[in-house]
Design a protein around this ligand. Structure first.
Ligand SMILES: *Cc1c(COP(=O)(O)O)cnc(C)c1O
Length: 220
């Protein structure tokens, strides 16, 4: 067993325990294994151990390693969790099954156009900048519900959930609670929140997906 496979089992057990403690059904939370910076040889054992949902933060890096891995193992779900530039929308729609970082009108328009052209519609999340950090991507929380509505009404895109990355130096709980409230206001069901340091907290606050990298693959 590789270290990553042992750590995967540990993370899975921690999620199951947190679900139980929060009174949530077993399996309510999807584990997204964040494989950015790790190569195919590091990822294969984790796939062999049964993990099927993976996250990458760069379109180019993902395009270099995932088409082959997807071909080797049917049923992989690949999620884009990093910022999307509009000139990469074409590649992103072709490769990713879920795009979690829709955060502006221009990207929504490009994704709608590419989905139409390619006949392929990745599931979509809107990223919310819950800490209003100037250097961070994501829509202003005060505009989240209206933006979700515009994605639907103007661009014909159905938004499945919201995603956030709380400020690194703050207690994440209030940010998770805010995302949950915004999702209710926007009428969307899924919540992508929680990383290696705080995924159990996120499960308590209602996360439906946690994005865990270093706790599985090791430090980057
Ligand atoms: C890298 C990354 C993660 C995983 O971070 P870890 O702390 O290694 O678990 C989660 N979400 C996003 C958006 C990331 O870029």
């Amino acid at each position: 067993m590789t270290d990553a496979v042992a750590r995967l089992a540990e993370v899975r057990a921690n999620i199951a325990k947190a679900e139980k403690e929060a009174g949530r059904p077993a399996g309510a939370v999807t584990l997204v294994a964040v494989s950015k910076t790790f190569d195919a040889d590091a990822i294969r054992p984790v796939i062999a151990a049964g993990q099927r949902v993976f996250g990458e933060n760069r379109v180019q890096e993902a395009t270099a390693k995932w088409p082959a891995l997807k071909q080797e193992t049917p049923g992989i779900e690949l999620r884009l969790i990093g910022p999307l530039q509009s000139n990469k929308a074409k590649e992103a729609v072709a490769l990713f099954d879920v795009i979690e970082t829709v955060d502006r009108e221009k990207i929504a328009a490009e994704l709608a156009k590419e989905s139409g052209k390619q006949g392929r519609a990745p599931r979509l999340y809107v990223q919310v900048n819950t800490g209003l950090e100037p250097q961070k991507a994501g829509i202003d929380p005060r505009e989240a519900a209206a933006f979700v509505a515009r994605c639907r009404d103007v661009h014909g895109l159905s938004i499945e959930g919201l995603m956030c990355i709380p400020p690194a130096d703050e207690n994440p709980g209030p940010h998770f609670a805010l995302l949950e409230k915004l999702a209710r206001e926007a009428g969307v069901e899924k919540l992508s929140m929680g990383m290696s340091g705080d995924y159990e907290t996120a499960v308590r606050f209602g996360a439906t997906g946690v994005r865990v990298g270093s706790a599985i693959f090791g430090s980057r």
